[in-house]
Ligand binder design. Structure first.
Ligand code: DC
Length: 232
């Protein structure tokens, strides 16, 4: 995320900056695609999932129960999140790796289902919309957070393909992993994200559907860029 501090954002200039909203399920590759598209265009980048992960980590560290909606929302509203120096920070602690732990991902999925937590993170996400533009990656970028985004993409892949990608990442990092467990895990997380009452994962009606099951990252990046250029 290379946006300037949300505190510096001018609400007046916000509506003029274009937004490319990229939503989709876990491990669909949307984070990688979104970051590369942002780099090519020189746009800011918002990894909204990281905000939910940071909120879950902050709750875990401070002993706030993940189902204590008011308590977690208070933490989310005052989250000392930082995205700089190539790292992700919680106050002055580098938590780039810590927020990727499975336990934190599961916690993020729980706190993301709480309406007060989503509301507490909304202004912070809007604040990343700054010139020359923003690529925002998440689950509800095109439906809730930036419904007026110029370009919306729903990037997906089969649960099997996504589990296989996650499996390769884990093995490359020297972790052990079971492919059938990962497929089951992916399906459970999809079910939770798509059936929750608030901001469920679903394509915006005007989103470009991009199934990357048989597509590499570069082809997906080019498809998003072509769509953006056709709309500019
Ligand atoms: O993309 P990710 O795996 O880092 O997201 C972590 C969790 O946060 C995931 O369970 C879905 C949730 N999330 C969300 O509800 N809304 C977003 N805009 C981004 C993530």
């Amino acid at each position: 995320m290379n946006a300037a501090s949300p505190a510096l954002d001018s609400q007046l200039s916000a509506p003029r900056s274009p937004v490319i909203a990229i939503d989709g399920p876990s491990a669909s590759g949307k984070g990688t695609v979104a970051e590369r598209v942002a780099r090519v265009l020189g746009f800011h980048f918002l990894d909204s999932g990281a905000l939910y992960r940071l909120t879950a980590l902050a709750a875990m560290k401070s002993g706030v129960a993940l189902d204590d909606e008011a308590g977690v929302a208070r933490l989310a509203a005052a989250l000392p999140a930082g995205f700089h120096d190539g790292a992700i920070w919680l106050a002055n602690e580098d938590v780039t790796d810590a927020i990727r732990a499975e336990a934190v991902g599961a916690g993020a999925s729980k706190v993301a289902a709480l309406p007060a937590v989503r509301a507490a993170l909304l202004d912070r996400q809007h604040a990343y919309r700054q010139a020359p533009g923003l690529v925002a990656d998440g689950r509800d970028m095109g439906t809730v957070v930036f419904p007026d985004a110029q370009v919306k993409v729903f990037l997906t892949a089969s649960a099997e393909a996504r589990a296989e990608r996650r499996y390769k990442q884990l093995i490359e990092k020297g972790n052990s992993a079971s492919l059938p467990d990962l497929v089951a895990d992916m399906q459970a997380r999809d079910a939770r994200d798509t059936t929750r009452a608030v901001a469920p994962l679903k394509p915006a009606p005007d989103a470009l559907l991009l199934d990357t099951t048989r597509m590499d990252v570069e082809s997906a990046v080019q498809a998003v860029l072509a769509h953006f250029r056709s709309r500019s």
